[in-house]
Design a protein around this ligand. Sequence first.
Ligand SMILES: NC(=O)c1ccc[n+]([C@@H]2O[C@H](COP(=O)([O-])OP(=O)(O)OC[C@H]3O[C@@H](n4cnc5c(N)ncnc54)[C@H](O)[C@@H]3O)[C@@H](O)[C@H]2O)c1
Length: 361
Amino acid sequence: MATVRIELPHHAYDIRIEPGGLEELGASVRALAPHGQCGLVADPVVRDLYGASVEASLVEAGYGVVSAQAGAGEEAKNLASVEEIYQVLLEARLERRSPVIALGGGITGDVAGFVAATYLRGVPFIQCPTTLLAMVDSSVGGKTGVNVLQGKNLIGAFYQPDLVVADPLVLNSLPPREMRCGLAECVKHAVIRDESLFGFIGDHHKEILALSSNEVVELVRRNVEIKAAVVMEDEREGGVRAHLNFGHTFGHAIESTMGYGAILHGEAVGLGMLAASRAAAEFGLCPSDLPATIAELLSAIGLPIRADLPDNSSLGRAMRHDKKVANDLVRFVLPRGLGQVEIRDDLPETCVDAGWEFIRS
Ligand SMILES: NC(=O)c1ccc[n+]([C@@H]2O[C@H](COP(=O)([O-])OP(=O)(O)OC[C@H]3O[C@@H](n4cnc5c(N)ncnc54)[C@H](O)[C@@H]3O)[C@@H](O)[C@H]2O)c1
């Protein structure tokens, strides 16, 4: 078990990485929000697998549990799902002190978090991430929100949880493809901040994918520490937090042009990191062998390093729709080497094109 604490000027909370932690969830929530009812917002697959035991733990701790479902998939990460959950909570008369608990991956956490931020202007919020991506990234740091027609995550709120309980035992049921997607975000953390983490993933990806407990707990802890440090430095993304978007400007363009579902978020981020590092190499910002070094690790993990991309102008249009565009300039997070990135808005189009060509199959 490991605990990482986030201390912000207005709020502090623990991220507990604890095999078996979900079975104790009721007692952990009660210690923070001792109220009669709680809202449990669960991913449908996760609810079938773990909902009963989580609910039993909450009931044992004295809660009346109001269950709502977060829709499955990126298409369901929308305002209609948020509205449905509001209705369930309102019908059950959940009050301002009633905690809302997210049980699922990043989609569930983002939707339930937005509900918690806005229901009665904000209620206590507990994240129980059940994918590797959600454990190492989305459950930590308070970004919540939904997609709209114009793009991903364009509507949302910064709303920090009161507790995060990451129980690595639930990864046993996670499809291997999803596990690899989570590892893509871990590689992202390594490239932006921690060369030794890059080495750790290179040395231990087989044990991690085989869900060896020690390596998984260490992986989650190291990644949560990186995410926590970034969030504590810059909660609202005025500066270094934007480094976490490494791979995302290219990646979101890949996701939105290829269609959500055709490619998973983590896979798109992996491809996006490759395109960004090839663009950075073309720009003269990083060593020319960096893209191949990252590609080698992603490939060893089993992530795609090429995709059947649309033409560059469609990708460019999708990129300019991204919310990381400022004053009409696309802001790229580019590597200078392993463990170091910088933000540039002067990347020439030829470099962007070199990035696309590097990952085009
Ligand atoms: N808020 C943030 O800071 C942040 C950061 C990164 C990503 N995100 C968001 O996260 C989302 C992606 O999250 P994700 O990759 O976790 O996807 P997800 O929530 O869709 O989960 C992936 C799949 O795994 C299944 N699943 C989840 N846990 C399981 C388990 N333990 N056993 C079996 N199946 C399980 C789900 O049913 C789903 O089909 C994207 O919408 C992205 O925008 C948010």
